[in-house]
Ligand binder design. Structure first.
Ligand code: GYE
Length: 323
């Protein structure tokens, strides 16, 4: 079972289920503004989780996908406001630029729930209740967990290449900060290179190719902000046969998300560790929205619990993986 919900969220889920059974879920129309389903395996699983959960819960899901374009996503949230949906769920492409459209949602009395990606509102708007709650993973913990695993695996001596997500996306910012929180504790650990791979394997492959030509055997590990970019790093190492380096052996590889193909590469010993980030939050998010629309209060933040998987427990975990 991938990352179980945190205590508050799992208890709330049980309560929501009981209340739903008693009160019967009203057929709400909920808008879901997704950042970019095509960006990663994680995002595909996340989108499917919302679609499947909406069907199960009898919710009319008005789905919008911004294709990674924040201006388009802002326009799509406005379209949902204009359509007078009952509530909006936002998984933001980047942290900035949401104040105006969220102020208009509040004026239209449409509650907003932020899913997965956190936002950075202007100081003057931070106490205006522009969204009711945020539900997702602790990205800073994920970065810290990745570095802690690498410190123990490398004995605290490692030159690290970091392949980041987009610079203005919350997971990139927070995973990078968390990773550096722990690396700073080990004088022998150093991030020698860092560049965005934009969540995608192909771009990460190009980034890694460049670093292999510059740094080659000086690279001890790759920290990729998501699994798809870890896949690209593995591909680049294998393509540079002239260097004679093996991913997972000569260069340690650690990713974040823990998607199925990542477990398969761990079984092949090409990836060493994956920090889980659970995308299957559609049901809890939509149930929380239903609670809000039914007039009940919910916690301001709800975390999913994630864990670290390694090539040592990959085989045992793979059969139960759901994304
Ligand atoms: O790590 C990445 C996806 O917001 C946690 O976005 C999510 C991140 C995830 O594209 O694969």
């Amino acid at each position: 079972m991938p990352g179980s919900l945190s205590l508050c969220a799992s208890r709330l889920l049980l309560l929501l289920s009981l209340l739903g059974a008693v009160c019967g879920a009203q057929a709400f129309t909920i808008g879901f503004a997704q950042s970019d389903t095509a960006e990663s395996d994680w995002r595909k699983a996340n989108t499917e989780s919302f679609r499947e959960s909406a069907r199960e819960l009898g919710i009319d899901l008005q789905f919008k996908d911004a294709g990674g374009n924040t201006e388009v996503q802002r326009r799509q949230v406005q379209e949902l406001i204009d359509a007078k949906v009952d509530a909006i769920v936002l998984s933001a492409n980047e942290i900035h630029g949401w104040d105006g459209v969220l102020l208009r949602a509040r004026k239209a009395r449409i509650p907003v729930v932020v899913s997965d990606r956190t936002l950075a509102l202007q100081p003057e708007n931070q106490d205006k209740g522009l969204f009711v709650t945020w539900i997702g993973s602790d990205f800073r913990y994920e970065g810290r967990a990745a570095a802690a695993w690498l410190a123990q695996e490398s004995g605290g001596h490692c030159n690290i290449v970091e392949i980041q997500g987009p610079p203005d996306a919350a997971p990139s910012i927070e995973r990078g900060k968390g990773f550096r929180d722990v690396v700073a504790l080990f004088p022998g650990m150093k991030v020698i290179a860092s560049r965005p791979g934009m969540w995608r394997a192909e771009q990460a492959r190009e980034v890694m190719n460049g670093y292999l030509k510059q740094e080659g055997a000086n690279i001890c590990a790759v920290f990729a902000h998501n699994d798809n970019m870890a896949f690209g790093a593995v591909q680049a190492i294998e393509e540079n046969r002239q260097l004679g380096l093996k991913p997972g052996k000569d260069i340690l590889i650690i990713g974040v998300d823990a998607v199925r193909h990542g477990f398969e590469l761990m079984q092949e010993k090409k990836i060493n560790a994956l920090v889980e980030c659970n995308p299957l939050i559609g049901k809890v998010v939509l149930k929380v929205v239903t609670e809000i629309l039914s007039g009940r209060s919910v916690p301001p933040r709800m975390y999913t619990e994630d864990r670290v998987y390694t090539l040592y427990n990959a085989a045992a975990a793979l059969p139960s993986r759901r994304y």
